[in-house]
Ligand binder design. Structure first.
Ligand SMILES: Nc1ncnc2c1ncn2[C@@H]1O[C@H](COP(=O)(O)OP(=O)(O)OP(=O)(O)O)[C@@H](O)[C@H]1O
Ligand SMILES: [Mg+2]
Length: 252
């Protein structure tokens, strides 16, 4: 039987300015799958996330990105978002003048939202409750003056409300306190219930508390050098990345 694919990344090479960062990345993510990406600081994890979302700061030099059966390599960020791709940023931006609620509502309207504002608000309140966020935050300007952890929760709130087919979470767990990581992990579990997929970029196991990853990929110096199951997360937490680096240089 043919393997069904939601996101397929073929030999992606990418750079920022003159600097090549990704040196040939291949990934194949099926519907409902959870993939974890680990790797030392500066190895290219956020670059990969941004390339999948078509952030114009990053240049795709080579390779192809297929999403939901369609070649999206040349599509802009907003078109990719409309097709069901979502990214939670490692460093969420502050947007003065647009409230959290309005920002999310705009995203939903762009996708043909039909429900009334009252119904929409009720839904936001429900998700905020799940994430243990105070309801008044929905009226504040997006991320402006939010604490680091509050920004990360707001990203997850957007994910839950937009319900993308694939969510890329770039260190959503960094800066969250112990309880907040668990809350976010629960939110993630709710989101994943069904056909939704996720790419979780992380340095820690805690975010995976409520969910079971299908695959773990380790990036080093712009390439995926080790792949395996959940046990890789534990190995990295115990041993760090030195063995990964050794394996990478043996394969160069
Ligand atoms: N906008 C940019 N301008 C210049 N260099 C960049 C830019 N974005 C990424 N880089 C460089 O590309 C390399 C990979 O960065 P990237 O952010 O992808 O790493 P990462 O794996 O996400 O690391 P971390 O675990 O610290 O988040 C780094 O050396 C970084 O300095
Ligand atoms: Mg990063």
């Amino acid at each position: 039987m043919e393997n069904k694919s939601l996101l397929k990344i073929e030999n992606v090479k990418a750079s920022v300015g003159e600097k090549q960062i990704l040196r040939g990345i291949n990934l194949d993510i099926g519907p409902g799958e959870v993939h974890v990406i680990m790797g030392p600081n500066g190895s290219g994890k956020s670059t990969l996330a941004n390339i999948i979302m078509a952030n114009p700061v990053y240049t795709l030099d080579e390779g192809k990105i297929i999403f939901d059966g369609e070649d999206i390599t040349d599509l802009s960020t907003d078109k990719r978002a409309l097709k069901g791709l979502f990214m939670s940023f490692q460093t969420p931006q502050e947007v003065a003048g647009i409230s959290v609620e309005n920002f999310i509502r705009q995203g939903r309207l762009a996708r043909g939202e039909k429900s009334s504002l009252i119904k929409f608000r009720k839904e936001v309140d429900g998700k905020m409750d799940l994430l243990q966020m105070k309801p008044e935050y929905k009226e504040r300007y997006l991320n402006v003056g939010f604490s680091g952890g509050e920004k990360k929760k707001t990203e997850i709130l957007q994910m839950l409300m937009l319900n993308p087919k694939l969510a890329i979470l770039d260190e959503t767990d960094s800066g969250l306190d112990v309880d907040a990581v668990r809350t976010v992990s629960k939110g993630l579990k709710e989101y994943l219930n069904g056909e939704n997929s996720a790419i979780i970029i992380t340095h820690h196991r805690e975010i995976l508390k409520e969910i079971q990853p299908d695959y773990v990929h380790v990036i080093y110096n712009g390439k995926i050098v080790v792949e395996g199951d959940d046990s890789l997360v534990d190995r990295i937490e115990v041993e760090g990345f030195n063995w990964v680096k050794e394996e990478a240089s043996a394969n160069e």
